[in-house]
Design a protein around this ligand. Structure first.
Ligand code: NAG
Length: 278
């Protein structure tokens, strides 16, 4: 974790206070924030209307689910489990402009493709590591349990399982195996990761809908808004700050899904020049 200077803390608090004041008192301000200046000229009138009406419906129909994940493991994952889980995270694919919402479907599917071959795998193939950070005193590993990747985005590590527990309504820190037994919990754990910021690390959702703005430290570390930053959030320590085949795969999948969904990719697709958060 980075240390902050007191002056900076006050500035950050003030600016977030001002932001929340602005956002509650002025819907138009909020929608402009969401669109992002560089995008505005490309968005049609219907997009603008859509942004003002926040919380649209979940974009993925059953028909689309079958197209996005044709090889999904039918003995575990299901469309209904996905929909049920998404009800707990109502912002997913429902916020921002039409462009942003479809990009969110493309980005989610790209990471799911990389992590589980399109919902084919439930558990991580290599389960030799315990993925236990013993220095984490808030979420200590349960005796005999390991925290390898499970579910659509392969949630791993005790600190993620611990932090997700309350949000998904199941004690997966004590019983991580629940994620391999209950498809709704599996989807919920991945949507939790997707939708939830962690300290100075933004949520993938906020990056995709254009809500995240880089700080000075982010700019110095090369972190810019776009799909590349979503790779940095998911697995930057291993895949970013250098050229890696995993990150290249994710970009390739993202481009394919964007093409299929007829949405532009946006800028900054890779993360080779972005430093992961320390
Ligand atoms: C598919 O799901 C079943 C039921 O949970 C599981 O036993 C099987 O290992 C899964 N297949 C893969 C490839 O993960």
């Amino acid at each position: 974790m980075m240390r902050m200077y007191p002056v900076l803390v006050v500035a950050v608090l003030l600016s977030s206070l001002m932001c929340s004041l602005k956002c509650t008192s002025c819907v138009v301000m909020q929608s402009r924030l969401v669109v992002g200046a560089d995008e505005e000229h490309r968005l049609s009138n219907s997009d603008a209307v859509e942004i003002l009406l926040q919380q649209r419906s979940f974009l993925i129909t059953k028909e689309l689910f079958l197209k996005l994940y044709p090889n999904y493991n039918t003995s575990f994952y299901s469309y209904d489990a996905f929909v049920t889980a998404a009800k707990s995270f109502p912002g997913f694919t429902t916020q921002g402009s039409r462009t942003h919402r479809w990009r969110e479907v493309a980005a989610f599917s790209a990471h799911v493709q990389q992590e589980t071959a399109g919902l084919y795998y439930v558990n991580e193939i290599d389960q030799s590591g315990d993925y236990c950070d013993a220095t984490d005193t808030q979420y200590p590993c349960a005796p005999g349990q390991t925290y390898f990747g499970r579910g659509p985005l392969q949630l791993s590590w005790n600190y993620n399982y611990g932090a997700a527990s309350a949000a998904i309504g199941a004690d997966i820190l004590s019983k991580p195996y629940l994620l391999s037994q209950d498809p709704v919990l599996a989807f919920k754990s991945s949507l939790w990761f997707w939708m939830t910021p962690s300290g100075c690390i933004p949520s993938i959702h906020d990056v995709i809908i254009g809500k995240w703005k880089p700080s000075k430290a982010d700019r110095e570390a090369g972190r810019k808004p776009g799909f590349g930053l979503t790779i940095d959030i998911i697995n930057g320590g291993l895949e970013c700050g250098k050229v890696t085949p995993q990150a290249q795969n994710r970009v390739k999948y993202y481009k394919q899904f964007c093409k299929e969904l007829r949405v532009s990719t946006g800028p900054n697709l890779g993360c080779a020049s972005m430093q992961p958060w320390g």
